[in-house]
Design a binder for this molecule. Structure first.
Ligand code: SF4
Length: 682
């Protein structure tokens, strides 16, 4: 592959490497980034993470040489030596155990082209064992929405959220986690009179702008959503015409709610029944109401059912397929949407076509010359449970599963059970510490390609900084890996635009796009071949699966995996404004570390008093899986019985106490409900 084609030190536009909002940044080589007018941030606005994005590019801890582990010590080697070792080890493992003995961890922080090539390598080798961290954030949302609507992405655009009359924000805190969406799209709607209903166990910055706060008990979302559903039915707040035309199963659905006890449901969920009725009425009587959902809903063993229950609300009230309506998951990393779009998931090909679909396999085979396997592969959390037996090797591309997966101590031990592990990253992360070969990749400022933001917009990144030392561009590394493991002809690309061209041929939802057509703007999927533009609002006349009607489905509550003992509290984890994901990048930013350098455990004053805990005191949070120490933040913004901390830090490593039980459909872990004891540290 050639080196990048469009690098220069003129100021260039690219996309922020952090969250799924997709703000446009402008920067010249090795200088600070600034926000500039883009498709999403129309007034050049960015949040602190965007401002600090360059901190990691020039960080002195960047990996600069390929490293090979010998007796637990890394030694710098040439690229030839490192790639020879990877080729030999993976070839032997595939020969001895089959391609399904290798697990591929794709990266939602890398481009569409890189993720497309990554899953192509896995599938051409003969395995669908490829997954990305969407597994841990929104796989249950995608499962539920795909099942009912035929597409797992935001139904509407950010722009048309400004036309809404009611925002039902469930399990998300966009004021901190998606700040540009909150300030530039949601707040204007609220100031224009839209009602904000916030379902969240904590009071946070989003709650400050809310008209109604429903402080749900973690793990009791279905009781709450079913009680709202019962109010809609009891008070005849449903849209009969929409139900008739666009849904099925309404009679059976109504039957399930005949004897519903709304007050008991609200109380089980920990909310005031009158406030719940008020919320139901506000949502149902709004001309246009939108649901915005996040990981507070999805990260449960009942995550798929939680989202199914949300979808019932939208279908009953006719809030689908019109401006200002819909069900809109806010995606986390800057290309978590795209990583799924291009097939870095074990059950689907690029464009969300099931691997079990023979026609889809044939179409992929026409492009690749090899038919990919037809059985879904292993999800990434489940794979770690099989490290050392079914799974003998892992290829980890720009992810940090040793820190981000639940029950992290066990996952860390499991990595040591592998015969071989290769990691491609910028830094020696917690996962990289387990690597046999560690390859120095490229940061966001050193690469081009496309990423897809939370409202399905594909935008281009542009390189404008020198690669440090002997590090290489990720796409070059992956293409060499593919050439060595398979055949060079399948991975000989002139650059990302040629990969994107292939992607448009393989993925029907990107079929009408072009790299040049995206330019400095964006193109939105679905963008059918020969269309003049992408589709802003999904499911208008029919659902994305081609059906005119979607089923209404009653959902029964199921208990969280962890039962909570008398002396225990429920730990729920989340994010803050100045840090991001595992913190592998943001904890290396001086700016962001100055803003939020360490974690705290939010605990209610009465829970703290019962345990003899003072504000600012160090406490131990533990259960049978592990324990961490952290500073207590005694605050009434968290409800009684619940404690909160983030998952951004190694100390405390919150995932040392989260559990490995999974949602049965999406295999997403229950990060939002872990039983823990909290005691003063000795
Ligand atoms: Fe980057 Fe997200 Fe902040 Fe925009 S809102 S600057 S995309 S982190």
């Amino acid at each position: 592959m050639s080196k990048e084609q469009d690098r220069s030190y003129e100021a260039q536009q690219t996309v922020c490497p952090y969250c799924g909002v997709g703000c446009t940044l402008e920067y010249a080589g090795n200088e600070k980034a600034t926000g500039t007018e883009g498709p999403v941030n129309k007034k050049s606005e960015v949040c602190p993470k965007g401002v600090a994005a360059f901190d990691i590019v020039t960080h002195e801890g960047r990996l600069t040489e390929p490293l090979v582990s010998e007796d637990g010590e890394f030694t710098a080697v040439s690229w030839e030596t490192a790639m020879d070792r990877i080729e030999a080890e993976l070839t032997t493992i595939v020969d001895d155990h089959g391609a399904d003995a290798v697990q591929f961890f794709a990266s939602s922080n890398c481009t569409n082209e890189e993720n497309y090539i990554f899953q192509k390598i896995a599938r051409m080798l003969g395995t669908n064992n490829v997954d990305n961290c969407a597994r841990m954030c929104h796989s249950s949302t995608v499962a539920a929405m795909s099942e009912r609507f035929g597409a797992g992405a935001m139904t509407n655009s950010l722009g048309d959220m400004m036309e809404t009359d009611c925002l039902l924000v469930a399990g998300a805190n966009p004021a901190e986690q998606h700040p540009v969406i909150f300030r530039s799209y949601l707040l204007p709607a609220i100031r224009d009179g839209a009602t904000l209903i916030h379902i969240d166990p904590r009071e946070n910055d989003t709650t400050d702008a809310a008209d109604i706060h429903l402080p749900v008990r973690p793990g009791h979302d279905i009781q709450l959503l079913n009680a709202i559903t019962a109010v809609l039915l009891e008070e005849d707040l449903v849209d009969e015409d929409f139900i008739e035309e666009r849904t099925t199963g309404v009679e059976e659905f109504r039957d399930q709610f005949d004897d519903a006890d709304i007050e008991a449901g609200a109380e089980a969920a920990g909310v005031d029944p009158d406030r719940l009725r008020e919320a139901a009425r506000a949502y149902a009587t709004a001309e246009a109401a939108t649901i915005i959902t996040g990981m507070g809903m999805s990260q449960h063993t009942s995550g798929t059912d939680n989202v199914r229950a949300l979808l019932n609300l939208a279908l009953l009230t006719g809030n689908v397929g019109r401006p200002g309506t819909g069900v809109n998951p806010l995606r986390g990393q800057n290309n978590v949407q795209g990583a799924g779009d291009v097939g870095a998931l074990p059950n689907i090909f690029p464009g969300y076509e099931p691997v079990t679909d023979a026609e889809a396999r044939e179409r992929v085979a026409e492009e690749w010359g090899v038919e990919p396997p037809g059985e879904p592969g292993m999800t990434e959390v489940t794979a770690t449970h099989h490290f050392g037996d079914e799974i003998r090797a892992a290829v980890v591309f720009g992810e940090n599963p040793a820190m981000t997966e639940p029950d992290a101590n066990s996952v860390s031990d499991a990595f040591d059970e592998l015969d071989f592990c290769v990691v491609i990253d910028l830094f020696e992360t917690e996962t990289a510490a387990h690597a046999d070969v560690l390859l120095p990749g490229s940061s966001w400022a050193e690469k081009s390609g496309t990423v897809t933001n939370t409202d399905r917009r594909v935008m281009r990144m542009r390189p404008n900084a020198d690669l440090p030392g002997n590090s290489r561009r990720d796409l070059d590394i992956l293409c060499e890996l593919g050439s060595r493991l398979l055949d060079s002809g399948s991975f000989a690309y002139e650059g990302p635009s040629e990969v994107f061209d292939e992607l448009t041929r393989v993925s029907p939802i990107y079929a009408g796009m072009s790299y040049d057509g995206i330019g400095e703007g964006c193109q939105r999927w679905p963008y059918p071949a020969d269309a003049e533009e992408g589709v802003d609002i999904l499911h208008t006349d029919e659902f994305a699966n081609g059906e005119q009607q979607a089923p209404l489905m009653p959902v029964a509550p199921t208990p969280p995996a962890d039962s909570v003992g008398d002396d225990q509290l429920v730990l729920t984890t989340g994010r803050v404004l100045a840090q991001f994901n595992s913190g592998a990048l943001t904890r290396r930013s001086q700016t962001l570390t100055m803003m939020r350098g360490e974690d705290v455990l939010e605990i209610h004053p009465e829970d703290a008093e019962e345990r003899g805990i003072e504000d600012g005191e160090t406490v131990v949070v533990e259960n049978e899986r592990g324990g961490v120490t952290v500073t207590a933040d005694v605050t009434a913004t968290i409800q009684r019985g619940v404690v909160f901390c983030t998952f951004h830090y190694t100390e405390p490593l919150a995932n040392a106490v989260t559990g490995g039980e999974l949602d049965p459909v999406a295999e997403i872990p229950e990060y939002k409900h872990s039983a823990v004891t909290v005691t003063p540290a000795e």
